[in-house]
Design a protein around this ligand. Structure first.
Ligand SMILES: Cc1ncc(COP(=O)(O)O)c(C=O)c1O
Length: 385
């Protein structure tokens, strides 16, 4: 048989999938993977049932159903203050995952350098490797994840097609300030690079932090491509609905590739998603309150169990420092914790380009009862190590 593509050699097994599988095997509470264990609002579920019954069962417009794109444009304008329009700027994708891959596929030539802050969400580098483009990592050092501005400038000077900014960032929980985004934007302008943002956690932010849309900063819309998702905001990770918001020319290219790659996101769920996008401001205030409560419950258990924590500014992830427990290796710790304590997390090293192996990532988007059960298990760690 002929050989597989050598590109695969650059693609590691996903640490998240690995830990999911191990969690299942040892019946651990799964705080490794990135989904909530609660339902979306009932109105959204009813809207999906109704869409199926009303015959929305065939392909939608491949760019996304017109009424959903209009709802996305309205909501983006409402929160970002930037007027975008459904026909020229909005494409509906199969999750934020397809959105990011399409953007990279449209922009990158083989060998192109794309800057990524490390720690990073694991999909970015994989997408670049599949396109023979080159991820270039710019380190954000824990625990405060400040940008090393000289290092960032130096990477732009060496040449960069684009920079990916995950904001709020998985796994660090960092929320980029307006001032940081302006700095990144000024470098992108100076060196004529694109800014690709991944804003799937735009509404999961802990005060006093607030979300700033990079595309809405002065002069930035033309070179900023905003990847979004409905997965996290509405607790519908299984619906697979994402968005790309970009200027007219980029949108045209995105739609061209999207049409061939997936043809379109699920039509009945697109119809139902309009109900989600039209939820009032109080919905977003309420989820911010609920996530703050989940964070507080879980971080309290982590601290009492002896972890040193890096409090997240946004997202539903927390990086916790395992140094007090005497393990040499985060992976070994995660396997041990899933087996002995029955709580699964992801080894932090899988998110860092540099050798960092004293952190693990927990997902706290869980019902209070799940968090209390996991938390009680974690309290056993000091007795077991
Ligand atoms: C930073 C980030 N971007 C994108 C995604 C994928 O989102 P979607 O479900 O919309 O494909 C995730 C999922 O965990 C994520 O954490």
């Amino acid at each position: 048989m002929k050989k597989f593509s050598p590109r695969l050699n650059k693609i590691p097994e996903s640490a998240i999938s690995e830990m999911n599988n191990f969690a299942r095997l040892c019946k651990a509470i799964n705080l490794a993977s990135g989904y909530p264990d609660f339902d979306p609002p009932q109105a959204i579920i009813e809207a999906a049932v109704s869409a199926l019954r009303r015959g929305h069962n065939q392909y939608a417009d491949t760019a996304g159903s017109g009424s959903l794109r209009r709802a996305i444009a309205r909501k983006f304008s409402r929160f970002s203050g930037l007027e975008v329009n459904a026909d020229d700027h909005v494409t509906v994708t199969v999750g934020g995952t397809e959105a990011m891959f399409l953007v990279l596929a449209v922009l990158c030539e083989p060998g192109d350098r794309v800057l990524i802050f490390s720690p990073f969400y694991e999909n970015y580098a994989v997408g670049l490797h599949l396109l023979d483009a080159q991820p270039v990592y710019v380190h954000l050092r824990p625990p405060d994840f400040q940008i090393d501005r000289a290092a960032l400038r130096s990477e732009f000077e060496k040449g960069a097609k684009a920079i990916i900014v995950c904001n709020p960032a998985n796994p660090s929980g960092k929320v980029f300030s307006e001032e940081e985004l302006r700095f990144i934007g000024s470098l992108a302008q100076e060196f004529d690079a694109y800014v690709i943002t991944d804003e799937v956690y735009e509404h999961i932010i802990f005060p006093p932090n607030r979300h700033v849309y990079a595309a809405a900063l002065p002069g930035m819309f033309e070179r900023t491509i905003t990847c979004g998702s409905l997965s996290k905001t509405y607790a519908i990770t299984g619906w697979r609905l994402g968005t790309v918001i970009a200027n007219e020319e980029i949108t045209e290219k995105i739609r061209l590739v999207h049409d061939y790659i997936t043809l379109g996101a699920p039509a009945p769920l697109q119809t139902a998603a309009i109900t989600a996008l039209e939820l009032p401001d109080s919905y977003y205030e309420e989820i911010a309150r609920q996530y703050t409560e989940m964070r507080d419950i879980f971080l309290d258990y982590l601290e009492k169990s002896g972890f040193k924590i890096i409090p997240p500014q946004g997202t539903y992830f927390v990086l916790a420092d395992i140094s007090p427990f005497g393990f040499d290796d985060d992976r070994q710790f995660c396997y041990w914790m899933a087996r002995e304590v029955r709580v699964a997390a992801v080894p932090g090293s899988s998110f860092f380009a540099e050798p960092v192996n004293h952190l693990v990532r927990f997902n706290f988007a869980k019902r209070p009862e799940t968090l209390h059960e996991a938390g009680r298990n974690l309290l056993d760690i000091p007795k077991l190590v």
